[in-house]
Design a protein around this ligand. Structure first.
Ligand code: CU
Length: 313
């Protein structure tokens, strides 16, 4: 039986679909809907065996015509989605390296999970994101091989998961050009489509409104990857979470530093740096009013109309 509240939420959700619409790399965004393969609508994918499960409807159309945005291993990534009242997790996956992200469909093997947030302290990821302007922040793994990648952001909505094929997958893929120092082999690898089955216990949940315990819920796709070099996928994954803030491991310390840096620059905007903009910082683009000179050893390179970035000269 559905409770009155559950029925009310079913009635309101029809207008609550969502898209992944913007992201920031180390506090800098290429712009609204820039660098992302935007689907033709904000409707969900429900057939997990369809190619649409990879990068949403039309997401496998290549060349994509979408800008590829520079990042580096360990970069802090912040994604922003449209407002969502659908209960469920958010997951991030990476596919690559490939020569040209704009020509990669992402269909097949080669994905790894780098970030996941499920149900924490009585709140689903969408609620936690809602309290943070619909954003989720995580880091790219360390030790990645240089090259281009697809970054897949998935919000799985479970409000109709009590029905087979009722779970709703909202998906967006961004294109990244990542500068890395390694050739890290991360595992486990995920194949899309293929990794998800309609009957999986985290996709089809008959008792979702009747006794389901969300505490133990884990999003589809298996565990967050671990990487041979550099240790851990680098995601700010809260689950293995006997609070590690006090733990003096270098990984924890670095993640804290990165997160702090990102929120500082997001809050203060482009700051005029003495000697010029740091490597990989923004140095130009529509609407940009900050410093346009790069530090010595770097030059300002146009990514797209919205974003120029300091890259090694
Ligand atoms: Cu919806």
């Amino acid at each position: 039986m559905l409770t009155t509240a559950a029925i009310a939420s079913l009635l309101t959700v029809a207008t609550a679909h969502q898209n992944f619409h913007q992201f920031w790399v180390d506090g800098v965004s290429p712009g609204y809907q820039v660098g992302i393969r935007m689907p033709p609508s904000n409707s969900p994918v429900t057939d997990v065996t369809s190619n649409d499960i990879v990068c949403n409807v039309n997401g496998a159309k290549v060349p994509s015509g979408v800008a590829t945005v520079e990042a580096k291993e360990g970069s802090t990534i912040k994604v922003q989605w449209d407002q969502s009242t659908h209960p469920g997790p958010i997951t991030h996956m990476l596919y690559g390296p490939v020569d040209d992200a704009s020509k990669a469909t992402g269909i097949g093997a080669g994905w790894i999970k780098i970030d996941e947030q499920d149900y924490v302290d009585g709140k689903w990821a969408n609620e936690i994101m809602s309290a943070a302007d619909m954003t989720r922040t995580f880091t790219l793994p360390k030790g990645l091989a240089s090259g281009e990648y697809l970054l897949r952001s998935e919000m799985l909505a479970l409000h109709a998961a009590q029905t087979m094929d009722g779970a709703q997958f909202y998906i967006g893929c961004a294109q990244l050009k990542i500068t890395g120092t390694g050739s890290t082999n991360c595992s486990p690898k995920i194949t899309l489509p293929g990794a998800y089955k309609a009957s999986d216990s985290n996709i089809y949940i008959p008792n979702f409104y009747n006794g389901f315990n969300a505490q133990n819920y884990k999003a589809p796709g298996g565990p967050v990857a671990t990487c041979a070099a550099g240790g851990g996928a680098g995601g700010s994954n809260p689950q293995p979470a006997p609070t590690s803030t006090a733990e003096p491991t270098s990984t924890a310390a670095q993640q804290t530093t990165l997160t702090t840096k990102a929120s500082t620059s997001a809050a203060s905007g482009p700051s005029p740096a003495p000697g010029g903009v740091a490597l990989y910082g923004q140095c130009g683009g529509t609407g940009y009013t900050g410093e346009t000179n790069c530090v010595s050893g770097a030059k300002c390179a146009k990514q797209n109309d919205y974003y120029s970035q300091c890259i090694p000269a």
